[in-house]
Design a protein around this ligand. Structure first.
Ligand code: HEC
Ligand code: HEC
Length: 266
């Protein structure tokens, strides 16, 4: 009789232990999970919800009710918080009316409003985040690093912004703006998000230290008075014009002088 009874007790004990374990696990789970469960129910934090509400009032007419884009503006899915922070802090967005290019304007939104809309757009898809100041700090750069920043600027940026950073015209009525007086944060964000015609310079292409070196170079140029006559820094066109006027004009004068002397001798 004994062996079957122990076997029976044994069989009953296993499911009981399993049930006990499940109850224990379940209550532990319940003890830790409620807070995240609540967040998952509404699907977003307070800041994101606030940003979404603001977005739908100010931006959705062009960028779509859920950031999907429309005929009036591109999709914002995956552009990241940095793109929104750049576009709104420099007053480019919200765009007043459809135009070739959104110009820089005074920003009328508070830092909180911009942060909220940035958080909402970041929640739509992964993209570059707003950096913290240590990521583009240029205050400790050596002269050599600043010189290297200058080389990188000439290689990557001067085709559009000119060697002196004064900006220049692009095809189809667009332009690259001057870079003097632009905040370091916005230089960083412009590089990482590539507004309009500007390419994206990802962290893989130009790491944070090199971005800081480029910013250091631009800020150093701003502080130093330009040496010599820059001809407005507009590059080949004005310089070519100067060569034309001074060079050809001078040659003509010489030719006239020779001709008049020749005429005297005859
Ligand atoms: C009148 C239409 C219009 C409104 C309103 C508008 N935008 Fe835009 N937005 C555009 C257009 C057009 C572009 C692309 C051209 C450009 O950048 O100049 C753009 C570009 C952007 C970009 C850059 C996207 C990228 O690929 O890097 C961001 C970010 C952006 N808008 C955010 C916003 C936010 C945030 C608001 C609301 C505060 C807003 N926009 C309101 C028309 C609009
Ligand atoms: C192919 C041309 C092109 C190149 C190359 C380029 N940019 Fe730009 N950049 C632009 C255009 C166009 C804009 C204006 C975008 C807009 O208004 O939406 C711009 C805007 C900017 C701005 C914003 C200025 C402001 O007034 O807010 C910064 C900063 C900037 N560029 C820095 C750089 C740096 C640094 C590099 C090199 C690493 C670079 N750009 C390379 C075309 C270019």
């Amino acid at each position: 009789m004994r062996p079957p009874r122990t076997r029976r007790r044994h069989r009953a004990a296993r499911p009981a232990a399993l049930v006990l374990a499940l109850i224990l696990f379940g209550s532990l789970y319940a003890a830790f999970v409620p807070s995240t469960q609540v967040a998952a129910d509404t699907g977003m934090s307070g800041q994101v919800a606030e940003g979404k509400a603001l977005y739908q009032v100010t931006c959705s007419s062009c960028h779509g009710l859920n950031g999907e884009g429309s005929s009036q503006g591109p999709t914002l899915v995956g552009v990241g918080a940095a793109a929104v922070d750049f576009q709104m802090s420099t007053g480019r967005m919200p765009m007043a009316r459809p135009a070739q290019q959104a110009p820089r304007r005074p920003n009328t939104y508070s830092a909180e409003e911009i942060a909220a809309i940035s958080a909402y757009v970041a929640s739509l898809g992964p993209g570059p985040a707003v950096p913290n100041s240590s990521q583009y700090d240029y205050s400790t750069l050596t002269d050599d690093e600043i010189a290297r920043g200058g080389e990188m600027f000439r290689t990557n940026c001067s085709a559009c912004h000119q060697a002196a950073g004064v900006g220049g015209a692009l095809p189809n009525g667009k332009y690259a703006p001057p870079l003097t007086g632009v905040e370091p944060l916005h230089i960083y964000e412009a590089m990482r998000t590539g507004p309009q015609q500007m390419p994206v310079f990802s962290e893989g292409a130009i790491p944070d230290e090199d971005v800081a070196a480029i910013i250091g170079y631009l800020k150093t140029m701003e502080e130093q008075p330009t040496l010599g006559f820059t001809l407005g820094g507009f590059g080949p066109v004005t310089e070519g014009l100067a060569v034309w006027i001074i060079g050809i004009g001078g040659l003509s004068l010489v030719a006239v002088w020779i001709a008049s002397r020749g005429a005297l001798k005859r």
